[in-house]
Design a protein. Sequence first.
Length: 126
Amino acid sequence: MALNILIIDDSAIVRKVLTKTIKMADVSVDQIHQAANGEEGLTQVAEHAVDLIFLDINMPTMNGMEFMRRLREMEGKAEIPVIVVSTEGSKDRRDELFALGIKAFMRKPITPEEFAEVVHQVLEEE
């Protein structure tokens, strides 16, 4: 199955790097959507079929924590698996994100091999 992926990160460069990493990884992808903050991410989720979300934590307008809270309230979208990709990684923040239902946490930068491994693990759980 080819995945429709959403990347939510306020840095255009990071979104570009993640897109390139996804394309280099051993993962079948159909479409890659992008958003610069959680608010744009919610719009993308509402407008497109999304199978997997890569989410940054610290963003303007709506951060990753608030995005997770709002996503989990969306009918028919609450179960979309989310992988956080961030430079921040305090234990308290990670614990709070896992409590909100993220499937994995990856610290930037990531390699195509790490990406593929985590994606396969997350999708096997679904």
